[in-house]
Design a protein around this ligand. Structure first.
Ligand code: ADP
Ligand code: MG
Length: 317
């Protein structure tokens, strides 16, 4: 009898300790949000070093923004955009890797993904207070300088074929930042985490809030309030990236003009879907492919890179 009592007490102590351990671990969740890369970046990390990891990851995203922003005068992109034809511009290994991937996807997508759309994105200026539809002449003029073959990469250096060629990494920089953010986070003592860079979601480790420890990512229904989901994707590890026409656009004469440009025509690409979501391990590739598939509507590209693709439409009124 006495033995049973001792066993029961011992068991109780074990349960209390386990409960305390779980409670203290739950407290090690840390979430924070910052505006970087022209978007809202939210991090949620779990584990002993969740706070330290958050700081380091924001610092890393800030570093990438400083390299790849079109507007910061010290960025690699700014130096490329203001360079003369034939001039060799040395860039950081980060920018070089992004440019190599951009050029690869440009080739694979037949030019649907093309970072040299910059003259067009500047002309359309979707975020202007009073945006306007450019004239056909203005678009034609820009198209003279659009085409990925106008950018040559050689031994860590970037060369343009014409002075007016400019690049916009808006369709790829967040993707790269997502992979880097995960890499930095994984240097810390964490059990898992989720990185959300304006709709580019990257997950790693275990989700303590899920029975099976997996992450469930919802696909935003276009033109509905943020957080409206019809479809969810369950993943253990990797990226879920969406490109859509519903975040950056303006309306004129009943027509929606959005920020994903068909580099062949110079106009926003018209499609019978409103967003394309790509799920795969690499956030960098997923970001390019989501934009590329938005322009082509062609799923075949995903086979080569072993990803999944989902097309979404707005709810009908
Ligand atoms: P988001 O920025 O909303 O995540 P995307 O990844 O599709 O969406 O990127 C869109 C951005 O990419 C545009 O704002 C512009 O800067 C740039 N862009 C637009 N059209 C193209 C294109 N065809 N190829 C590459 N980049 C593009
Ligand atoms: Mg993209």
């Amino acid at each position: 009898m006495k033995k049973l009592k001792t066993v029961l007490i011992a068991l109780m102590v074990v349960f209390i300790l386990a409960g305390l351990y779980l409670a203290s671990n739950r407290e090690k969740e840390f979430s924070a949000t910052q505006f970087l890369l022209d978007t809202t970046c939210s991090l949620t990390f779990y584990g002993d070093e969740s706070r330290e990891a958050t700081e380091a990851v924001f610092e890393e995203i800030g570093r990438i923004e400083n390299l790849m922003s079109m507007y910061k005068e010290t960025s690699d992109v700014y130096r490329i955009n203001t360079s003369k034809a034939g001039e060799e511009i040395s860039v950081s290994p980060d920018t070089y890797e992004v440019l190599e991937t951009a050029q690869e996807i440009a080739k694979e997508s037949g030019g649907a993904f093309d970072i040299t759309v910059a003259p067009l994105t500047t002309l359309w200026n979707f975020t202007a207070e009073t945006p306007k539809v450019p004239t056909e002449e203005e678009i034609k003029e820009c198209l003279n300088f659009v085409g990925y073959e106008n950018i040559i990469l050689k031994d860590g250096k970037v060369i343009k074929t014409k002075d007016e060629v400019r690049i916009d990494l808006g369709g790829i920089a967040k993707g790269y930042a997502g992979d880097r953010a995960k890499e930095v986070a994984e240097r810390f003592n964490l059990t898992g985490g989720i990185i959300d860079l304006g709709g580019n979601i990257i997950c790693f480790g275990e989700n303590p809030k899920s029975e099976y420890k997996i992450w469930r990512v919802g696909i935003q229904v276009p033109f509905s309030p943020t957080g409206t989901y019809e479809k969810t994707i369950d993943i253990k590890y990797g990226a879920v990236v969406t490109s859509g026409n519903y975040q950056r656009y303006f309306e004129k004469g009943g027509e929606i003009y959005h920020h994903i440009i068909d580099p062949k025509t110079g106009y926003p690409h018209k499609a019978d879907y409103d967003s394309v979501t790509v799920a795969m391990e690499s956030s960098l590739i997923a970001d390019c492919l989501a934009t590329a598939v938005f322009v082509t509507g062609d799923e075949e590209l995903l086979e080569k890179y072993q990803g999944e693709v989902y097309f979404e439409k707005a709810f009908k009124e």
